[in-house]
Design a protein around this ligand. Structure first.
Ligand code: PRE
Length: 377
């Protein structure tokens, strides 16, 4: 068989497989619509039998189910026989579920704007591209947009592998009624971006979010030690400035480069090759166990010897793995602190609930910020 007829035959096979995939995708979408109908019916029935006082607090019509999505993605990865990579199939199913959820109810997700930020990339990675993104000017505004029900969920950065915690986000959690309902990690690649009219000879200033400046500090010190660095509200804002004014250079990622049609003067200038940021998904509801969860709490103890040991010892005694611990000033007393602790397991697990009771007895404040599925992508 010559090359052309061999190709034609294979393409016919691909066309036929595509038709089957297409039919199955729409069958799946119809199933999701049925799921929405069942959820709505159950919700309306429960509303009829509940007193007005209970209605707002106990009954919520939840189309987005993070625990179920995490289970679907875990099952797909586990069953994958190749040749497609586990990540590739997981990403495809991420988008399929995103489209199915949009048929049930389009989700509005708040994130730090403008368009082109890493937080937007994290939101799309977590929810898929069928989500409706709503940009916000600050991290506080992301919290407010979800608290005021203007948006269904929000995405906020919480820690970076080079620079550590995002203190601003942690501080917002202390007084917020919102729950953490998911996490997503994003590999951060930073580039030196310029608009038309800027070259290495006429650079006046380098703009970026302070985190991006910190993550590429060594590279900038070596290559542009004398150029002024300006911290701005986001990397995307820096990209917008670089596009608007010759002489301004932005440190930002690929999405910002595309958004503002900038070219790269240098690529991958982050100081650490594994530079990764972790983001949290915030919402108004608690998430049931998925079978592979994490829990985040904030605790404040009396300022006495052994206080931190007393807080951590129950985790050790019960064999529960801590994944993170951060300290922040309490803001109510001088030299008093609150601890942000993250660990494996769900607040509804027997062992976790025993630990939480014990901690509550020995602390001034214990707030469970949420139990949520571990990042699936
Ligand atoms: O299982 C559900 O509850 C669904 O709504 C279906 C589905 C899916 O497409 O698989 C869609 C949205 C949810 O977030 C979880 C899963």
């Amino acid at each position: 068989m010559d090359e052309q007829s061999e190709l034609n035959k294979l393409r016919q096979q691909i066309d036929s497989i595509d038709s089957q995939i297409h039919e199955l995708l729409n069958k799946r979408a119809s199933c999701a619509q049925e799921v929405a109908r069942v959820k709505t019916q159950a919700f309306e029935q429960a509303q009829q039998f509940e007193s007005d006082a209970d209605k707002s607090s106990t009954q919520q019509l939840l189309f987005y189910r993070p625990e179920r999505e995490a289970q679907v993605l875990a099952r797909i990865r586990e069953a994958n026989q190749g040749p497609l990579a586990d990540d590739a199939v997981a990403y495809i199913f991420r988008e399929i579920m995103s489209a199915c959820l949009a048929l049930e109810k389009p989700m509005e997700v708040a994130y730090l704007g403008p368009e082109g930020t890493f937080t937007q990339a994290a939101a799309l990675k977590h929810f898929g591209h069928a989500v409706i993104g709503v940009t916000q000017p600050t991290i506080e505004a992301v919290f407010s947009a979800v608290e005021s029900e203007q948006c269904n969920y929000g995405v906020v950065p919480v820690e970076n592998s080079t620079e550590g915690m995002v203190a601003h986000t942690l501080d917002n959690f202390i007084n917020s009624p919102l729950k953490i309902c998911g996490e997503v990690e994003l590999r951060i690649r930073l580039h030196l971006l310029v608009g038309e009219g800027t070259s290495s000879d006429n650079i006046k200033s380098i703009c970026a979010h302070q985190q991006a400046l910190a993550q590429s500090r060594n590279w900038l010190d070596q290559n542009f030690p004398k150029v002024e660095r300006i911290a701005v509200s986001s990397n995307a804002e820096a990209a917008r400035m670089a596009a608007a004014e010759p002489g301004i250079v932005a440190v930002a990622g690929d999405m910002a480069a595309q958004q503002y049609s900038l070219s790269k003067l240098a690529s991958n200038i982050e100081d650490r090759a594994d530079n990764t940021t972790r983001f949290l998904i915030i919402g108004r509801e608690s998430v049931p166990p998925s079978g592979n969860d994490k829990t985040s709490i904030v605790v404040s103890t009396r300022n006495k010897p052994g206080a931190l040991f007393g807080l951590l010892e129950p985790f050790h005694r019960n064999g529960v793995m801590l994944t993170r611990i951060d300290t922040r000033p309490s803001r109510t007393e001088t030299w008093a602190y609150v601890f942000f602790i993250e660990f494996e397991g769900h607040a509804e697990d027997a062992v976790v609930s025993t630990i939480l009771k014990e901690i509550e007895e020995h602390s001034i404040l214990l707030k469970v910020l949420g139990s949520y599925p571990r990042a699936a992508l």
